[in-house]
Design a protein around this ligand. Structure first.
Ligand code: 4AD
Ligand code: MG
Length: 467
């Protein structure tokens, strides 16, 4: 076969130099036609769109033609021609075909319209479907948007450790990391495991958040962000929770509550606008096949001013809703941790806009949040989104050594894990704030997918670590 430099389908479909000999490589999505001619839809992953290969059967060997089945991998040389029927501006009139990889009839993606549940069972192959191709191209684009946003705003990308000895969120839902022999654990007289011989000489875990180290960086470099995997061993089997998910955590020195909320809002809008500007082919597909309201919802979020709502007012609105006859499964009272039904009522029914809720009771938030003068609330923010619920959790940080220390003591957080964090409050402490955005929650919103397992290539959830 003649050597011609490969063109990606995404580039090929923009070309108009008809008559040129081109090469494309990709996988057969469909093959149809008659006794004389076959039409092959070839996809190489560079775009949701396929290129149509027109094959004059008389010009090709019968054995070769038999190998051109759904899923087979081809290299095709041919002439770029204007297209009438393929839905694209151009197609390829095949001259030479090389079957790089055959695909037998056990290939599970023969037909269209598989359920999401079934596709999760073949997560090693699902990126080859239109839907998952679109989702993962958008996932890449959102990662780029995040880096660009922060880079353009003078934030430094700071890498925080994945293995840690401190529990940032204080919820204790951590995966332990150990090289100890689990069949022969040494224990002290109280029955507690002795970690002296463990790899790190103490108990270690996978991080639930890079925030604490992020604060160390922000109080040195001014504005930083982390973007990496985080791990939570919570036994939550919901469409919004993963045991391994990616989190984006900016941290900014000298920022107050308003600065924090401005940053949260500007950041999300930038990412959504990026998707609208750079992923329209994939969004159009998802809008057609997955969620008819998707593009309109994305456009609306970019244009809408988010509601900023203190927790106490939010509770009043929910109590009024109950008084007006609205039924919630979980009770509403000042001090309660809002359930997703409460958050969604505020966002989807009451305001019909994203809501940044602030000033939560300190009992339901982490130890590091800045305490308000009322002695009851802290300057935490949750950004609540339609369909998703909480997409961001953040706060102004308590910068006073004494107040922070008092809270750490009150909550019995072991000091031996925290001395280095407290040093930021001892040595030139400063007001600062930051947040964490669940990357997959953002992707749920931007793709319209219903389950968080379907926006990460290989989901980790309770009882599931296949692939
Ligand atoms: O609200 P969270 O727990 O906040 C923190 O971890 C802070 N340390 C962040 C910070 O201030 N730097 O988590 C932040 C976000 C949530 O709003 C949610 O979007 C996402 O992370 N998240 C999860 N996403 C998927 N699966 C899970 N199990 C998640 N838990 C939290
Ligand atoms: Mg949270």
């Amino acid at each position: 076969m003649e050597t011609i430099r490969r063109t990606k389908v995404v580039d090929l479909l923009k070309r108009q130099d008809f008559g040129t000999l081109v090469n494309v490589k990709g996988w057969v999505r469909t093959r149809r036609g008659s006794k004389q001619v076959s039409f092959i839809a070839l996809n190489d992953g560079s775009t949701i769109n396929n290129v149509q290969i027109v094959v004059d059967l008389a010009n090709f060997d019968e054995e070769l033609l038999k190998q051109i089945t759904t899923g087979a991998c081809l290299s095709v040389n041919g002439e770029l021609v204007a297209s009438v029927g393929s839905g694209q501006a151009c197609e390829i009139q095949a001259r030479e075909i090389d079957v790089l990889g055959t695909c037998d009839n056990t290939y599970p993606l023969q037909k269209k319209g598989h359920s999401m549940e079934f596709l999760r069972e073949i997560a090693h192959l699902r990126p080859r479907t239109n839907t998952f191709g679109a989702v993962f191209r958008i996932r890449h684009n959102m990662a780029i948007a995040i880096h660009r946003f922060f880079h353009e705003h003078g934030f430094f990308y700071f890498h925080t450790p994945l293995i840690t000895a401190s529990d940032c969120e204080g919820a204790g839902q951590m995966f332990q990391v150990t090289t100890l022999n689990l069949y022969d654990l040494k224990k002290d007289e109280n029955g507690s495991i002795i970690y002296d011989d463990d790899f790190f000489g103490k108990q270690a875990s996978l991080t639930v958040s890079g925030q604490l180290e992020g604060e160390l960086a922000a109080t040195a470099l001014g504005a930083i962000y982390t973007f990496g995997p985080t791990f939570r061993a919570e036994n939550s089997n919901t469409p919004r929770h993963l045991a391994e998910f990616w989190m984006v955590e900016p941290e900014v020195a000298f920022a107050d509550l308003n600065d924090l909320m401005d940053l949260e809002e500007e950041f999300i809008k930038y990412c959504v606008q990026w998707a609208l500007d750079n992923c329209m082919d994939d969004l159009l597909f998802l809008n057609k096949m997955v969620d008819k309201g998707l593009i309109e919802r994305l456009q609306k979020v970019v244009e809408t001013e988010f509601v900023r709502l203190p927790y106490t007012e939010g509770i009043k609105i929910l109590e009024e809703a109950i008084a007006g006859g609205h039924k919630f499964e979980f009770p509403v009272y000042w001090g309660c941790d809002l359930a997703s039904e409460h958050e969604r009522y505020l966002v989807e029914q009451h305001f019909q806009k994203p809501v940044i809720m602030t000033d939560y009771p300190k009992e339901i938030k982490a130890f590091y949040m800045k305490q308000n003068a009322d002695g009851k609330t802290v300057q935490g923010t949750d950004v609540l989104f339609p369909q998703i619920g909480e997409i961001i959790g953040g706060s102004v940080r308590e910068e006073s050594y004494d107040k922070l220390m008092a809270r750490i003591t009150e909550l019995n957080i072991p000091m031996k894990d925290m001395w280095w964090y407290l040093d930021t409050r001892k040595y030139g402490t400063c007001p600062h704030a930051g947040f964490g955005l669940g990357f997959e929650r953002l992707l749920l919103f931007v793709t319209g997918m219903a389950n968080i397992r379907d926006v990460i290539p290989f989901p980790r959830t309770p009882r599931n670590a296949e692939f």
